[in-house]
Design a protein around this ligand. Sequence first.
Ligand code: LLP
Length: 431
Amino acid sequence: MSFFEHRDGILHAEGVALPAIADAVGTPVHIYSAGALRHAANAFTSALRDLPSARFAFAVKANPNSAVLRLLARCGYGADIVSGGELRRALDAGIAASDIVFSGVGKTDRELIDGLEAGIGQFNLELEEEGRVLAQLARVRQMHAPAVLRVNPDVDGGTHAKITTGKRASKFGVDIADAPDIYARLVQLDGLDLQGIALHIGSQISDLTPLEAAYRRIGALVFELRARGHTITRVDLGGGLGVAYRPEDKMPSLSDYAAMVSRVTRDWNVSLTFEPGRVITGLAGVLLTRVIWVKPGATHPFVIVDAAMNDLARPALYDAYHHFSAVRPDGRTMVANIAGPVCETGDMFGVDRPIDHVGRGDLAVFHATGAYGAAMASSYNSRPVSPQVMVDGDTFELVGDRLAPCDVTTRSEREPRTAYRAHNTPVRQVA
Ligand code: LLP
């Protein structure tokens, strides 16, 4: 089912023609389809419905927009967070603290305290010392922090190197070989309520084989821990399922994923948590942009659009492919390099790519930008952070403002007030 389709020659998001959005809020703009979000959210939970006590925590990093979080909360999702900022966003969107899972390899004491005081449902511990610090912070508050230990299963997710997390050399989790001893020490700590294991081996995973291998290793660990006398009630299987960015991409179906999970975890006797991100929001967003110039190039012309790497960093960071199409295609095609205006050679969305024919002033979209799109935006080159719009049926709403650092200087830039003397220690603030 597609929520972004051409009708009468004009690309629509649900019932809204995209030029109407460009007229109302300008370009570039991130556009989400509420229908597509609901569809993906419900497809994921219904595929896994038959598992005993599955819990769904949307990976907020994929799309932290409040309107998106509120919509997903209504579909039964909690939140998987990795920072104090994401904690605030999840709580502000009305997600119950008990439905929040705190992942993240470098949680500060402040973030641990904020999570504790909010009463979140699960801390995913990344190292033994974090467990000790959390236990201590909980003890002084007469609390017991619910936690699981994140284990690195040493399985290659087979995805881009920069988004692979489950290999032994990566910074995430504790080595699976050390996990039983670390678990045994942590479980004794007063203040910590250690309940099980978590893993996450990477993102944009296109093959179930590594996921299954990782889950099996975790299953073996669950039985080993039980054999050592521990009570294991929770396993967090992380996120990672990929989406089809190219028309020809083949991704595992949700039913194949669910069948694999059910087969592998059948006798674990735990409650499972899932932390999907991309698979929920990825295909539910597009980035609408306008062609500024078509500039002659050595081999092919450069289609220079008003969106750039600060709006969509994935191509520059991971050589990621985002399909490009004209909002009003005229039937002709061209081969072009698609570039943003940022002053970096890497600000390219496509090289030597066959695309719909476009000219100066035309509207076009990058597809599948609903995950890690606006979420990774910056104001590099003092460009505004683009606005975000949610379409629902035949209406649309602005759900994120254009933030314009080029128009605004911060107070400290305008009138430096806070000076610090650093020659002597301690550092002193001077008037
Ligand atoms: N859980 C944990 C602990 C994670 O680190 C992540 C993603 C997820 C869940 C959600 O993974 P997903 O279902 O979305 O694959 N910026 C990159 C992706 C980074 C993913 C980081 N961790 C990109 O644009 O491809």
